[in-house]
Design a protein around this ligand. Structure first.
Ligand SMILES: Nc1ncnc2c1ncn2[C@@H]1O[C@H](COP(=O)(O)OP(=O)(O)OP(=O)(O)O)[C@@H](O)[C@H]1O
Ligand SMILES: [Mg+2]
Length: 251
């Protein structure tokens, strides 16, 4: 199994949008995939037409012995399950605080799931909290969408330095650009500069497109409702690039 988080300290950079579409593309590859909506806002849950609420508290969920079968839901798509958001996730930090260390927080919970799925993708809330720290320890790969603005890239560097203190290997961080507006000169320049400067930066980017924003109305992943659109092609191309970095065996 590969456990991947879609994370940025900043809000509104396209994390949920990407997590929703990557999860769909992974399942479409016929890989059993679980999307865990860790954000109490529940946007990923909403996009998949799933009711929020897990019927138990985050505390009970993370304790071994929680009945995972009853909290995980099927989606409308083959191979794709979702662990919905729950309002109690706002207290995840308190629950995780009781773990001996950040390593013991989420990992043991994900362990039994790892036998059932080829990819577990976490849609992370923004911010840099104890939950983020636990996520950094639990994931194999951290996917980091960035809007190509100066402030967003500055926060990316902040995350990097924090991560370096917390966890050893930086090879597990995979940054890419999202919500790129080609007509904005600063966006073009930042994409060019950082794609050349940062070895780990993905070559493919997600443009800012009305078809992607419409996902909120349609409540379906973009490659499903508009399979031949530029938006779907962008997610497809980035996903192709991510695949070997997520699944070493497929490289
Ligand atoms: N590539 C894109 N083109 C156009 N609109 C986009 C794109 N990506 C995301 N959006 C829109 O921008 C808003 C924020 O996106 P999203 O919810 O994915 O960000 P987020 O990083 O998950 O936010 P949060 O930090 O609140 O969880 C949403 O309204 C979404 O529809
Ligand atoms: Mg989000």
């Amino acid at each position: 199994v590969t456990i991947a988080g879609v994370y940025n300290i900043k809000g509104g950079v396209g994390k949920t949008t990407c997590a929703v579409n990557f999860a769909y593309l992974s399942a479409r590859d016929k890989r059993p995939t679980l999307l865990w909506d860790l954000d109490p806002q529940g946007s990923a849950t909403y996009y998949y037409n799933t009711e929020p609420g897990i019927g138990t508290s985050a505390k009970k969920l993370l304790k071994s012995g929680a009945d995972l079968q009853s909290v995980i839901r099927r989606t409308a798509y083959p191979q794709l399950d979702i662990l919905p958001a729950d309002f109690s996730y706002r207290k995840l930090d308190i629950v995780l605080k009781r773990a001996k260390s950040a390593k013991d927080g989420l990992r043991p919970f994900l362990e039994p799931l790892s036998r059932r799925y080829g990819l577990i993708i976490l849609d992370c809330p923004p911010g840099i909290t104890l939950l983020s720290e636990n996520i950094f320890h639990a994931v194999d790969v951290l996917l980091v969408p960035n809007i190509p603005t100066t402030l967003c890239l500055r926060s990316y560097v902040q995350v990097l330095s924090f991560y370096r203190q917390q966890v050893l290997s930086l090879d597990r961080i995979v940054p890419y650009f999202s919500m790129v507006e080609a007509r904005k000169r600063m966006h073009r320049e930042n994409v060019d500069f950082f794609t050349r400067k940062l070895r780990r930066m993905c070559r493919h980017t997600i443009p800012y497109l009305a078809d992607i924003e419409r996902m909120g109305l349609v409540r379906q992943p973009v490659p499903h409702y508009l399979p031949r659109s530029a938006a779907a092609r962008a997610f497809g191309a980035l996903w192709e690039e991510l695949r070997p970095r997520l699944f070493a065996a497929e490289s």
